[in-house]
Design a protein around this ligand. Structure first.
Ligand code: ZN
Length: 176
């Protein structure tokens, strides 16, 4: 049975530690961690979650975009585990859009990210995958990859005016 894990919150030192490459993807501990991340993200209505957020310093995250009250306009996809992920290339075009983080509850921000990225990662079966991601999924990938390097979305804000409470964010997106 998968287990819902406790999420580390802003101020917990694990969120600032660089994560280490996953050596053995078939390790049952890693496979269980992936299953637990998937149920933990679903329960918290997150569209992604990285291992450091549950106090595991392994380079892996899960992207699980789906519409919810936290992200009403999110595209739907199957939860996908990405291990040892890397960005191979990024578009020059940047885009500012909304982000939040399960580790930073109650805060939203307009974060600049590359609009399109070429990425590489191992899937949970150990197969190397290459993909081109755009828009919201590219944004999630960049947000989660930052977690593996100890960076939070609030570090990326260009201005204090780009920082909102969850309540103000909800008022704004309801009109979109
Ligand atoms: Zn996050």
């Amino acid at each position: 049975m998968s287990e819902i894990l406790d999420i580390a919150r802003l101020g917990h030192s694990v969120l600032r530690q660089p994560a280490e490459a996953v050596q053995n993807i078939n390790n049952p501990r890693i496979q269980t961690l992936i299953d637990n991340l998937i149920v933990t993200a679903a329960e918290a209505r997150g569209v992604g979650i990285a291992a450091p957020q549950v106090a595991c310093t392994s380079r892996l995250f899960v992207i699980a975009s789906r519409p919810s009250e936290r992200y009403p306009h999110a595209p739907s996809m199957q939860p996908t585990a990405m291990l040892n992920p890397r960005i191979l290339a990024r578009s020059e075009a940047m885009e500012k859009d909304w982000e939040g983080c399960l580790s930073v509850p109650g805060v939203r921000g307009l974060v600049p990210r590359s609009r399109e990225i070429e990425v590489e990662y191992c899937d949970r079966h150990g197969n190397l995958q290459k993909d081109i991601l755009t828009g919201f999924i590219a944004r999630i990938f960049q947000h989660e990859l930052d977690h593996l390097d100890g960076i939070l979305f609030i570090d990326r804000l260009e201005s204090s005016e780009d920082r909102f409470t969850e309540t103000e964010y909800q008022k704004i997106i309801i009109d979109c």
